[in-house]
Design a protein around this ligand. Sequence first.
Ligand code: C2O
Ligand code: CU
Ligand code: CU
Length: 495
Amino acid sequence: MLTRRRFVQSILAFAILPKQLLQAKGFLSPNAFQVPPLELGRRSGKDVYFDLDIQSGVSQILPNVSTKTWGINQPFLGVTLRANKGDSIHVNVTNNLHKTTTLHWHGIKLPAKADGGPHQPIKPAQKWLSEFDIIQPAASLWYHSHQMHKTGEQVYQGLAGMFIIDDDISKNLSLPSEYGVDDFPVIIQDKDFNQDGSFKYFSDFRDKLMGKKGETILVNGVISPVLKARKSMIRLRILNGSNARIYHLNFDDKRMFHIIASDGGLLEKPVMAHSIKLAPAERAEILVDISDGKMPILRHKMHMQKSANRMSGMMMMQSIQGKKQEFDIFQIDARSVSTSDKKIPDNLVKHDNPSVRSISKKRVFKLQMQMGPQLMFGAMSGSTDLLKINGKSMNINRIDEVVKAGSVELWEIENTSMMPHPFHIHNVQFKIVTRQSKIKGHELGFKDVVLVRPHETVQVLIKFPQFSDAKTPYMYHCHILEHEDHGMMGQFVVV
Ligand code: C2O
Ligand code: CU
Ligand code: CU
């Protein structure tokens, strides 16, 4: 029989050994960083035509077993779409799944009919044509399924990809911009797997309430990849494509980096940071100087001090349950750097901020979660109205707000619950004007998602584009996809 001491030792040895072995090699894993294929579409002048095929497939994510996945023009996740400001986009989407789905252009200003939300379902074997002009500046946006009550599950299966917009300003700044060479999409997602390799979506009702969090981190569909980069300054376009997990990203060697863009595009000036917090659906572009030829690991880790102070009850529960709170995400191998002298510009762009004086309306949105026995019972019975905004759960036949096209509004989002909610608004890029904590880093830029902390109130200033359509609504919702699917969503029309 094992003595207690031997038992503890053997557990420790087991836990420590693999990591030591890997560190001796200097690699997290033998997995290569995957860059999603770039899709520029067929171009004729300003018209750009994309053909997208939503499909199911099989992917080798785990070493010994394959995983059934969904993707767009590939078996898992979407190809990266790229176009310019001023282009007219025509996307022809074909649904080759056996389930109804949609494709939503997250962060893009466009007519409601082209938005790809729950009002534009694509049935199996059917096509959907989405057409819009790109009227917004360079940015890293994304696209994903937005099927009513099924968004969480479908994004988890792989229906998500990046959409990059370029413009003259972004092209003329001397920023790293060679796709897959010194400019990389980094889609971070967390998954759980069943024994047979398939993705394990709902495990219990807690996932519905807290959002589905997985224990394995994927970057562009790969576990712990190593990125062999050649240039001395690289640009990472990071997308938190997870259903519910919030990441505190920083490098293991504590190196600083420059945040250059938020959800809606370039910041006015680069911001130096050693860590960045990204909630689901948030993006940030960062520049990392790897000219020292080292091998930094990007990881999800809270600072000691912060984690001690801010450890929420929920997190405590999770760590008691043995759930991991910290992960290595991917490693950069910069041993073969070629020197290039990309200087970081002092100034990036000038923002055309909506003025506070032009606010024509203020609206209040209270994010609410039912608590107590009602909540437990409802969650277990699969009820879809546990989560509310202003006392109402999402109803696809109800318009909640009517906004005037071209107007400037102040939206106040109040989180009345005990957990953070990343609030997202379709068709706009807003500025955060007030929040309890300091507005810093990527939050200084244009945003389409804002993380509203427990019991916090955040105000955002929005200028609505000119598109109007009295019948077809846009969505606003919590981007914890299980919250969106279970009622924390509303609809607005712009007229
Ligand atoms: Cu990223 Cu309504 O969605
Ligand atoms: Cu969206
Ligand atoms: Cu939420």
